[in-house]
Design a protein around this ligand. Structure first.
Ligand code: HEM
Length: 157
């Protein structure tokens, strides 16, 4: 291709088939980036800096307490969705930029998409269905554990 054949720098790529999807992807990276700064640094502050004892206060009970609160459930789910789509889209861009073979490139982009979708579904399920007493009673129950006592008291209510 000669210089005379080059498209104008701002013309959209393959406009007929893909619309402006790449532009929206570009905007998504910037908007989600701004939101992620707030969500990620808020997450680090609340989990690692503010609790008395800092990082040492982080245990099962701390996480179970947060997961019982809809505010933190939605905070974490928002962070999960935004970061996974952001990370997966970023990886897609890198693969499209650097992988030259069409079949390998398509396969990798599909793998990235499937893994991201799976992790988003699993993570969302975990956040909204988390039950600290799951598995405490039954074949693996351990009456000496602190959780056993707490869950027994809760079940008796
Ligand atoms: C602190 C919050 C974050 C901000 C402000 C941020 C911002 C950005 C921006 C603006 C881009 C686009 C760069 C470009 O088009 O040249 C980008 C790309 C990317 N981000 Fe993030 N990001 C953040 C968190 C994350 C997280 C948590 C992940 C991983 C899950 C991630 C993975 C990526 C990847 C893989 C790319 C593509 C890199 C590239 O194009 O060279 N980012 N980020």
């Amino acid at each position: 291709m000669t210089a005379a054949e080059l498209a104008a720098p701002r013309s959209p790529q393959r406009p007929a088939r893909r619309g402006n999807l790449e532009k929206w992807g570009w905007i998504y990276m910037r908007v989600s980036g701004v939101l992620l700064v707030v969500l990620i640094f808020g997450h680090l502050l609340v989990n690692l800096v503010l609790p008395e004892g800092g990082v040492h206060a982080l245990d099962f009970a701390f996480v179970a307490g947060k997961m019982a609160d809809p505010f933190w459930q939605w905070w974490d789910v928002l962070m999960l969705w935004l970061a996974f789509i952001h990370g997966a889209n970023g990886m897609r861009v890198i693969v499209n930029d650097y992988v030259q073979g069409r079949a390998v490139r398509k396969t990798l982009v599909w793998v990235i998409g499937i893994v991201a979708a799976l992790m988003i579904v699993l993570g969302t399920l975990v956040v909204f269905t988390f039950d600290p007493c799951a598995g405490v009673f039954g074949p693996f129950e351990n009456p000496d554990s602190a959780l056993f006592e707490v869950c027994q008291a809760a079940a008796a209510k």
